[in-house]
Design a binder for this molecule. Structure first.
Ligand code: X8Z
Ligand code: ZN
Length: 617
């Protein structure tokens, strides 16, 4: 991908991402094809670390803007030519950033000014898929990455004589309760990815070569090194956090399986063992809120149907985004710039191929912020709008940092900002914006919490395992011949799910049917974010003086909380993430106790429902 900011988190399709790039200087050369020679220049004396950093930062900033704009063109209009141009820009920046990363790694950190030392470190670890120095390899990598993403973005399959794309299939999975139809949709979408496998394997091997040139054992080790702690310590951290939430997930799984069994019968969903992946209302079984109707508590007041309320109130996609902006404005953030409205892609355009997977962009590392979504009027996309806007407000908050620091404290922070605001979409908030007339009483709490758990808690094992799989892929523990088997081993181990229809075909490449794999967007960020967002939210509610049950707190309209949140956001990645976390929450560790606090009333209820059951799989 291009530059970190735009592509990286924002989930844009990163290709061979640059890493932490950097930028700033208005004097930077414009993204021309001939880079300023920062490193090479054979006879010239070696630059001081500070000089090297200043020049590299300016160069990367300029290149990132050009690559970002080319990628925007590609993702909002996929053609032979836009692919070509974006791949070339990506190859150029990746080649350059990889060379600069190598140079950065050659400066000893000892005795350096701390700002210079941090920028060197960020340059070294910032790329997603570094290219080896061999001539032409960066272009090869960019071509493969572009091709993989195109296969995903334009994928369709045939059912009943009709071509179906991911959006259509996903929409049907929200509402269909016909297990045969669900299996056909699931299997159909997973038929788009087998052609990716060999190219994917080639990209893995080239990126590993690039990572080795930077001193990493493999690309997985590079990815784990991005968290201001040793790579192994980070892996242990993710396991520790999973340990904090696993008991809650096991209860949710147990309860959901029993309700699916009651609904579909033993032949479709057995009462014991893993859950069939196509029955959970989402193509990847990554969030289960869409089957709330199937698992809703029988005896309690129903949850609020936000989709129905949005439609009844005649919301369209733009109004959903305006509403999201309104939330941030209520916290004291300035309105979005006019260019956001002129340049964003808010709904799917007709007559051309686009990358529909939602993302947020910062095209000039300053004010040209945008979202790219194929928004539909439903609750899921209402949440996603807030998610994407969170990226944009974060980008704008750190825009005055030097280029190398224009990024989230870590990538989990970037993913958590908008979701933290999304947790504040409570019934009280919906009443305040006129979407409902009356806030339901306490009896509705179980339903509300269950609905939230189906989205957030169900997500956690998926958030964890996608990169556990990629770590295996990059280390060679999983080989192309065992990619799929390794994937399902993790899917069953962590999520407790299985594919519909029995063993997968020999050529299956099911990880390729999830956007972030062909698009090469790291995924552990979402696992972190699903914990951090509760930690931010709990801290915000404490700051607001909230003393009621955590899940009923909304920070809507609270400018003090907004100012404190902004203070953390403005730091960008100028400091190690524990400093940023401490600035807002007072804690220096990521801590899932906010998740268990939030869901405490539900945990007890689930245990009661599951009494007498053999939980686990
Ligand atoms: O990819 C995204 C965002 C863009 S960063 C829409 N998310 C993950 C996914 O869809 O798999 C948000 C939650 C997890
Ligand atoms: Zn995101």
């Amino acid at each position: 991908m291009l530059s970190m900011k735009k592509a990286r988190w924002l989930a844009a399709a990163a290709i061979v991402a640059l890493a932490a790039a950097c930028a700033h200087e208005a004097t930077a050369p414009s993204a021309s094809v001939t880079p300023v020679p920062v490193v090479a220049a054979p006879p010239a004396p070696r630059l001081s670390a500070a000089e090297f950093v200043a020049r590299a930062e300016a160069e990367l900033a300029a290149m990132s803007e050009a690559a970002g704009r080319a990628d925007w063109m590609r993702q909002t209009n996929i053609t032979f030519d836009t692919n070509w141009l974006a791949a070339r820009a990506n190859a150029q920046i990746t080649e350059r950033a990889s060379a600069l990363a190598k140079e950065a790694a050659s400066y000893p950190a000892a005795g350096l000014d701390p700002v210079v030392a941090r920028k060197l470190e960020l340059m070294k670890r910032g790329l997603t898929l570094p290219a080896p120095g061999r001539e032409g390899v960066a272009q090869q990598m960019a071509d493969i990455a572009t091709k993989l993403e195109e296969i995903y973005a334009t994928g369709t399959f045939r059912i009943d004589g009709r071509d179906i794309d991911l959006e259509a299939a996903s929409n049907e999975m929200v509402t269909s309760r016909d297990p045969r139809r669900l299996a056909a949709l699931w299997t159909g979408w997973h038929s788009i990815s087998p052609p990716m496998r060999d190219d994917y394997a080639r990209l893995v091997s080239l990126a590993n070569e690039g990572s080795a040139e930077l001193g990493f054992t493999d690309t997985g080790a590079l990815w784990r090194s991005k968290y201001d702690m040793p790579a192994d310590a980070f892996a242990a951290e993710t396991d520790r956090l999973w340990g904090q939430v696993e008991p809650l997930y096991k209860q949710l799984h147990c309860y959901t399986r029993a309700r699916l069994n009651a609904r579909y019968g033993e032949a479709v969903q057995p009462a014991s063992g893993p859950i069939r992946a196509d029955l959970l209302g989402n193509m990847w079984a990554q969030s289960w809120g869409n089957i709330y109707d199937v698992v809703a508590p029988r005896t309690r007041a129903p949850s609020i149907d936000v989709t129905a309320r949005l439609r009844a109130n005649r919301y369209d996609a733009v109004k959903m985004v305006r509403t999201g902006e309104g939330f941030f404005s209520s916290l004291g953030f300035a309105p979005l710039p006019e260019t956001f409205w002129q340049r964003s892609m808010i709904t799917r355009p007709q007559g051309r191929d686009v990358v529909c997977h939602a993302s947020a962009w910062d095209l000039d590392n300053m004010d040209d912020i945008r979202i790219k979504m194929c928004t539909e009027v439903n609750e899921e996309d209402f949440q996603t709008v807030h998610h994407e806007l969170g990226h944009n407000y974060y980008q704008r908050a750190y825009k005055n940092q030097p280029y190398m620091f224009k990024d989230g404290a870590n990538d989990g922070f970037h993913e958590a900002i908008g979701d933290m605001v999304g947790l504040s979409i409570t019934p009280e908030y919906l009443r305040r914006i006129g979407l409902i007339n009356q806030v339901p009483g306490d009896a509705a709490d179980t339903g509300l919490l269950l609905r939230m758990a189906l989205d957030k808690v169900a997500f956690m094992p998926f958030g964890l395992l996608v990169d556990k799989w990629r770590w295996q892929v990059y280390s060679g523990q999983a080989t192309p011949a065992t990619y799929n088997e390794a994937w399902w081993k993790l899917r069953t181990q962590y999520q407790g799910i299985v594919a519909p229809g029995g063993p997968r075909p020999a050529d299956a490449f099911d990880p390729g049917a999830k956007y972030h794999v062909p698009a090469n967007v790291p995924y552990m960020r979402y696992f972190l974010s699903h914990i951090l967002q509760f930690q931010f939210y709990r801290a915000a509610c404490q700051q607001a003086g909230w003393t009621g049950p955590l899940h009923r707190c909304t920070i809507y309209g609270n400018k003090e909380v907004g100012a404190r949140f902004n203070a953390m956001m403005e730091m960008g990645q100028s400091k190690p993430w524990p400093d940023a976390l401490e600035a807002f929450t007072g804690q220096r560790e990521i801590d899932a106790s906010a998740v268990t606090d939030y869901f405490k009333p539900l945990q007890g209820w689930l245990e009661e429902q599951n009494r007498g059951q053999q939980c686990g799989w």
